[in-house]
Design a protein around this ligand. Sequence first.
Ligand SMILES: NC(=O)c1ccc[n+]([C@@H]2O[C@H](COP(=O)([O-])OP(=O)(O)OC[C@H]3O[C@@H](n4cnc5c(N)ncnc54)[C@H](OP(=O)(O)O)[C@@H]3O)[C@@H](O)[C@H]2O)c1
Length: 252
Amino acid sequence: MENSPFSLVGKNILVTGASSGIGRACAVESAKLGAKILASGRDEERLAETLSQVSTEGSTAVSADLLEFDFCKKISSAVPADEPLDGIVFSAGMNRLLPVGFIGEKEFAAAMRVNAEAPLMLVQTLLREKKIKRGASIVFISSISGGNVVSPGAAVYSATKAAADALMKTMALELAAKQIRVNAICPGAVETKMNALAAISEAQKAEAGKRYPLKRFGKPEEIAYAAVYLLSDAAAWTTGTRIVIDGGFTLL
Ligand SMILES: NC(=O)c1ccc[n+]([C@@H]2O[C@H](COP(=O)([O-])OP(=O)(O)OC[C@H]3O[C@@H](n4cnc5c(N)ncnc54)[C@H](OP(=O)(O)O)[C@@H]3O)[C@@H](O)[C@H]2O)c1
């Protein structure tokens, strides 16, 4: 495996949102390819569950709420000074559906903070503290809602994901001098806690999934495999791009 360009052996990877869904899958699948994981999220019990599925020795977890003032300090302190990061996956995210007429300042600020501002602040802190290596890879888990499609009630979510995409592209340009690559993965609906697919019956899910050309919703690991690619040396010439993974939904 070590000789494969897709290998993550010897790489230290921070995953936010690692306590659930796509973030957990990114942590688990990256570890299968050899990466040492720093798993971040809020729920300590579910972070421990993620770590129990992570196969690499030395992987750890740090609990931090991205809405609290001290999250940068907490996460940066968990990155050892002599083991800077080779990669980051920003998967933490929130999605509160609200019609335009009901969007309050607080809801807008919180979603913008978690989905866009927090990754920016964290990258700033980690760079300042020399905890991101030259040649590292940064992956945003964005959404097709950021630039491909919009839907009623998703104005705040779409705005935050569009902001994340813009940050990703600008960071890609600015950090290219350090050979740091920055990309986004834009999933369609994936079966996780976030979109409540877990709350409907298998029959309802199968029916709803027919709206997709591939006739089903995505699975967290199907997003994680793209993250593994972007984190690996196989993607050494890939930066500033949005990889859409949506079962063909945006072709319609
Ligand atoms: N599922 C989809 O259909 C879909 C589609 C497109 C894009 N995405 C994106 O994929 C990413 C992962 O979502 P998911 O589907 O895996 O949802 P999920 O299972 O609900 O996971 C969300 C993660 O974000 C973390 N998080 C939320 N608010 C946080 C905060 N204030 N501070 C720290 N962590 C916080 C959660 O941590 P705790 O659980 O520990 O609180 C959890 O680990 C999100 O950015 C989402 O927008 C999802």
